[in-house]
Design a protein around this ligand. Structure first.
Ligand code: FAD
Length: 500
């Protein structure tokens, strides 16, 4: 019997375990696996708490439907019936500018205007700023195909105001306090580069995508895909009546539904939680995984599904070159604060799904989602409102490190200033995430290519997760499935070689 050890029980590791379990069984392979997780709790950054009828997502609160990984996993673990669309009656995103909330103009796809009238009518961008954005239609595409920062790309195509008021706050919300001056557009938004190269203009590319796409993105910060979304007319299996899809989706019981369903599907006897892997060592047949306070575990293949920093530590002795590259991947710290108030205590109309905060506003928060308005079932009833506040940014690092009381006080101060809320919250939970969000800075893809090349010298060792080619939950699931498939191929080949 061959054995694969998975290190890390976040969504990547759980997806890898699930794939190994199902595919080994389906293919009749004699492959066993063990999953090691440092914490007692499984799920990693996916953490849903249910308190007094509130559903709080302390980590990710949704996924982007464009990435099919979540649908695939949901289907495999039987939780598709719990998929949840955003509440479209509240659709809309606002931006804090000059201390006031302005709606992102309708038809804005990520940062690119695709509808003229709402864009012209919006007070968010000044007239010179609007004219500068329109220059995208005539500016020639960049010839150099090397990496470029998000800041350089957006300023070059759409101008500084589009970066400061739209792109930077939107992207910070997704990538966690990312600095556009350092962020690699090639690694984070390869589609933008493709759009520029193929259409010569982002606006023209978006208009073409809208025309060819039967499904419109449901949020102004979304952007369309030419491929029909799963369940859309024309998609495989579309003859079956499927639930409606929105650009961002979640589960009725929060993102934790996915973890719970995966755990219910997995053989729990193969999961060891509360076990920290400390070091990997090469053996004649594969690897030995050293664990804190226990005997080493031998494996024919290893999938490391831990964050990059932990992975660097694990492979430091075995592969110092890979460890050095891993250590270059930067991690940002943020905090998610969930606060609920009586509706009557909020003097603000709370339009849309919430608002984002550009760095130029010099606030302590990066954005607020009106969770119980955006998603049904997040608060016990409509007499209270659950807000999710995202705290972060390089400027606020000390605040994030200062502890829960300081973070909550800062959040309440900002909510007072922006939404006029002075009342005590009926519920408040603070979740700091220190060095938790992988940053794809300039040169990221070269770094990942070097890591992958380095791995070719370590047959049977696979790295998976959000550090490499996509930070979203859907990317992580795909990465877990892929690593498991590679591990299966590796042990199958080793078994054949052994038999021969
Ligand atoms: C605040 C926040 C909000 C986010 N929002 C979204 C969102 O809305 N949508 C979205 O798609 N994505 C979002 N993300 C990103 C997404 O949550 C992550 O990329 C994804 O969950 C990472 O999963 P993972 O399994 O790769 O890593 P993790 O969840 O980090 O899991 C890795 C696991 O490895 C374990 N581990 C580490 N070292 C060891 C060791 N030595 N031995 C054993 N175990 C070890 C850890 O304890 C952990 O459980 C968000 C992330 C954060 C932090």
């Amino acid at each position: 019997m061959k054995r694969v050890v998975i290190i890390g029980g976040g969504i990547t590791g759980l997806s890898a375990a699930l794939h190994l379990q199902d595919k080994a069984r389906e293919r009749g392979l004699a492959v066993d696996h063990v999953l090691l997780e440092r914490d007692r709790r499984l799920g990693g950054k996916i953490l849903t708490e249910k308190i007094d009828g509130y559903v709080l997502d302390a980590g990710p609160d949704c996924f982007v439907v464009e990435k099919p990984g979540v649908f695939e996993l949901a289907e495999r673990v039987g939780v598709s019936d719990r998929l949840l669309c955003t509440n479209e009656s509240h659709k809309g995103t606002f931006v804090l500018s000059g201390g006031r909330l302005h709606q992102l103009p309708e038809g804005l796809m990520l940062m690119v205007p695709t509808r003229i009238l709402p864009f012209l009518a919006s007070p968010l961008i000044s007239w010179p700023g609007k004219l500068r954005m329109a220059l995208d239609l005539v500016l020639p595409p960049r010839r150099d195909t090397g990496d470029e920062s998000l800041e350089s790309f957006v300023v070059r195509r759409l101008g500084r105001e589009a970066l400061d008021k739209i792109a930077e706050p939107l992207v910070s919300g997704i990538h966690g306090a990312a600095d556009p001056a350092e962020m690699s557009v090639l690694a984070s938004f390869p589609r933008f580069i493709k759009m520029e190269q193929e259409h010569g203009s982002l606006i023209r590319a978006m208009l073409a995508a809208r025309k060819g796409n039967p499904i419109r993105p449901e949020r102004p910060d979304g952007y369309g895909s030419k491929a029909p979304l799963p369940g859309a007319a024309g998609a495989p299996g579309a003859s079956v009546e499927r639930p409606r899809r929105t650009f961002f989706m979640s589960f009725t019981g929060g993102m934790g539904d996915l973890v719970e369903a995966a755990l219910a599907h997995l053989d729990r006897g193969r999961i060891r939680s509360g076990v920290t892997a400390t070091r990997l060592e090469r053996t004649t047949t594969g690897y030995a995984i050293h664990v804190a306070g226990g005997e080493p575990i031998s494996a024919d293949a290893v999938i490391v599904a831990a964050p990059s920093k932990a992975t660097a530590r694990l492979v430091a002795d075995l592969a110092p070159d890979i460890a050095a590259r891993l250590a270059e991947i930067r991690l940002a710290s943020t905090a998610v604060v969930s606060v609920a108030y009586r509706r009557a205590d909020i003097p603000h109309p709370l339009r849309g799904f919430g608002f984002i905060v550009p760095g130029a506003e010099r606030r302590k928060i990066m954005g607020v989602t009106y969770s119980s308005l955006k998603w049904n079932g997040r608060a016990p009833d409509d007499t209270t409102v659950l807000l999710r506040v995202f705290v972060g940014g390089a400027r606020n690092l000390d605040l994030i490190r200062s502890g829960e009381a300081g973070i909550l006080a800062a959040v309440r101060q900002e909510l007072r200033s922006i939404l006029g809320i002075t009342a005590e919250p009926v519920l408040a939970r603070v979740h700091p995430w220190l060095e938790a969000m992988h940053q794809y800075t300039l040169g990221h893809l070269d770094r990942v290519a070097a890591i992958e090349q380095g791995l070719s010298r370590y047959p049977g060792l696979f790295l998976a997760g959000g550090a490499y080619r996509g930070v979203g939950v859907g990317d992580c699931i795909r990465s877990g499935f892929n690593a498991a498939e590679q591990a299966l191929a590796h042990v199958a080949a080793a078994a054949t070689a052994g038999a021969g």
